[in-house]
Write a protein that binds this ligand. Structure first.
Ligand SMILES: [Zn+2]
Length: 312
């Protein structure tokens, strides 16, 4: 029997579980609803129970299981200590110790966005590279930084918060983090819609974006690809801020590749190409012309990265 490991991605609505071999092949995957009851403690109990059931069901032998990697939506210190997981209702605890005692297996935990970056490096858009920045453009903007093949987690596990890099100090609206002018306010799906609405209200020009009650980032990109002028302006603005943020990151860590993921990245190369253009305008000469790629693992990036945490 080949050696295998589990990758668990704990989210606010669902817990995703993947079974991998050491070569990075996803052998099977499942998910179940996140129960936030008992101050969130049921999440770990449910996860451990789920793993134990799968081990029995698949007749896995203990010596064939390398362990369990876990990604959680909050900062995790290197020893597994979690300071607080407010959105899951969990307080201060050590997730690795708890999961180890619940499963009897080796456990390694990390922040979910950082884990997703590691996953993309291992088997996704960053495959073949060792120094990578992932920007995940979804409802918010998340991200992760990988240097020499390892996650840059920082002293408290809070590194790689790309979404809250200041890109516009003139902004008057407040970001979810409490600051004003964060990347997330422009390059997230909600940010892109906000830019579009502002551009529409300031212009009298015709646009296919007008009169749409349910204006979405996807609509903006679809219309931009059709040549709609105001949609193109919106895309340029969002990608300009993203390119500026990436130039700041590059000035410090000089990565090989930028990978763009999240729901918004389904728009495709229009994002990587436009962002690269503004990156090159705003970065010093020696750092120009980095690779810009799309993420390829979609919602599975988190389980891939969690699995890689325990294999690394
Ligand atoms: Zn912010």
């Amino acid at each position: 029997m080949e050696q295998v490991c589990f990758g668990i991605d704990i989210g606010g609505t669902a817990v995703k579980v993947g079974l991998f071999n050491t070569a990075g092949k996803l052998l099977d995957k499942w998910d179940f609803v996140t129960r936030k009851t008992e101050d969130g403690k049921d999440i770990l109990r449910d996860s451990a129970e789920f793993i134990k059931n799968k081990i029995n069901e698949l007749h896995l032998k203990e010596e064939d299981i390398i362990g369990v990697g876990v990604g959680i939506p909050g900062p995790v210190k290197d020893d597994g200590e979690v300071l607080e997981l407010a959105n899951l209702g969990l307080g201060h605890f050590n997730i690795e110790e708890e999961m180890r005692s619940l499963t009897g297996l080796n456990v390694k935990a990390g922040n979910d966005a950082n884990a997703a970056a590691l996953g993309e490096l291992w088997m996704g858009g960053g495959k073949g590279y060792r120094n990578m920045v992932l920007a995940t453009l979804g409802t918010g903007v998340g991200g992760g930084i990988i240097l020499n093949g390892a996650i840059v987690a920082g002293s408290n596990g809070a590194a790689g918060e790309i979404g809250h890099i200041l890109v516009n100090e003139e902004e008057t609206a407040t970001c979810g983090c409490g600051k004003k002018g964060c990347l997330e306010q422009y390059a997230s799906a909600t940010g892109i819609v906000r830019i579009a609405k502002n551009i529409l209200s300031e212009s009298s020009e015709e646009s296919d974006l007008r009169g749409k009650d349910d204006l979405s980032a996807k609509t903006v990109f679809d219309c931009a690809k059709e040549g709609d002028k105001l949609a193109l302006e919106t895309v340029e603005k969002a990608c300009r801020y993203l390119g500026i943020a990436m130039s700041h990151i590059a000035q410090i860590i000089d990565p090989e590749v930028f990978v763009i993921g999240g729901g918004v990245s389904r728009a495709g190369e229009i994002i990587t190409e436009t962002t690269k253009k503004y990156y090159n305008i705003n970065v010093m000469n020696a750092l120009k012309n980095k690779e810009f790629k799309l993420a390829t693992l979609g919602n599975d990036a988190g389980i891939y990265g969690a699995a890689k945490l325990i294999l690394a």
